[in-house]
Design a protein around this ligand. Sequence first.
Ligand code: BEZ
Length: 211
Amino acid sequence: MSLRLGDIAPDFSAETTQGHINFHEWLGDSWGMLFSHPADFTPVCTTELGKTALLKGDFDKKGVKVIAISVDSLESHNRWVPDIEGVNGVKMNFPIIADPDKTVAEMYDMIHPNSSEKATVRSVFIIGPDKRIKLMLTYPASTGRNFQELLRVIDSLQLTAQYAVATPADWKDGDDAIVLPSISTADAIEKFPKGVREVKPYLRYTPQPNK
Ligand code: BEZ
């Protein structure tokens, strides 16, 4: 069964490079980012995991716990970690899930047989504190992800979870947000004391409410 936005992120227990975890317990009340990579000892994955380790402080500031997965064994992950650290000049500071029997990969529909029967594609799941899936992205093995974009999208998810706004194209933290179409302009003026700028009756901006 495929997962949809708003579904509860499936729970599982697994071995990781930082010990055994139960996923929901590990998430606790935090946001989470679960991301798959096709295989250990591959070039793009080595850069992605290093980049995530370098940006871990930024994920922490947003209250997001990060965790990677591939269908390799724990022994393989542990042999690969020194390469990731050496190439990227960083200590691995988040867990990588070992999933050699593909239990988690199948739960999350991370194996796309038209790409590969054996390996996961580059899936990203961002999960809210309510354990529900807020965002899913799928990249092919040949395209490394943009981790600044993942941080940007987390800003939008966290803002729109809290306020009756949406974020426009290319929005970044600090930019004006869009008032939800379901709110009348009269109500918006009350709700957003920093002001409402009407471009069209259906396109109204307000300064970012939590800044
Ligand atoms: C990589 O992670 O470098 C990779 C994995 C599979 C296919 C292409 C690239």
